[in-house]
Design a protein around this ligand. Structure first.
Ligand code: FMN
Length: 178
């Protein structure tokens, strides 16, 4: 039963890569600021390896999240599917950050825009149409994280279902009081 919850969660995460409408395609990623405060934002799931339990996202190498992760590699991911009332909270650690010009040049043109603003993300500008792009120079980065812990919670009757799985316990899992 516990292993089914883990395997089913992985199946759904893998399926979110293929199905654009899957609720797990977008998730909340929280990192820790230099002052110790939490910072959350929405990101897109771009890669998932169920065997290694690794996740990949794409971002701009100049973004705050990259600075924060290079300072403290810990992150927390929140996935929520409102149809199933299913929440996955995953503690993870950055294991790889690849700034790859090759990957940038291979991106479809509309996607390149997300990584090629002349000014870094978060820089104040006079108005929304004042953004300049330099398509020759992308700042595309792929960040890969390894999961350390997953907490599963499904709201259902008669009993909600909550369980925790830890890498250091070989993902064996334990049910928790919801
Ligand atoms: C629907 C949606 C999807 C997003 N996907 C990404 C993404 O995949 N990667 C990314 O870096 N930012 C993404 N963002 C923007 C982030 O939420 C965030 O605003 C931005 O990356 C700056 O974050 P930071 O300053 O904390 O680094 C997305 C925002 C929305 C609303």
């Amino acid at each position: 039963m516990l292993s089914n919850l883990l395997n089913d969660s992985k199946k759904q995460l893998a399926s979110a890569l293929k199905h654009k409408k899957h609720s797990f395609r977008y998730f909340t990623m929280t990192t820790i600021g230099e002052d110790g405060s939490p910072h959350s934002r929405t990101v897109v799931l771009r890669g998932f390896n169920p065997d290694q339990f690794t996740f990949t996202i794409y971002t701009d190498s100049r973004s705050n999240k990259v600075k924060e992760l290079l300072n403290d590699p810990r992150a927390e991911f929140l996935f929520y599917d409102s149809n199933q009332l299913l929440q996955l909270v995953i503690k993870a650690s950055l294991i790889d950050s690849k700034i790859s010009e090759k990957n940038y040049t291979e991106l479809p043109e509309p996607m390149k825009k997300d990584y090629s603003s002349s000014l870094g993300p978060g820089t104040p500008i006079a108005g929304p149409d004042q953004v300049e792009y330099n398509y020759d120079k992308g700042h595309f980065t792929a960040l890969t994280f390894e999961a350390l812990q997953m907490e599963y919670l499904k709201l259902k009757r008669p009993n909600h279902l909550r369980a925790r799985f830890l890498a250091k316990e070989n993902w064996q899992g334990v049910f928790l009081t919801p």
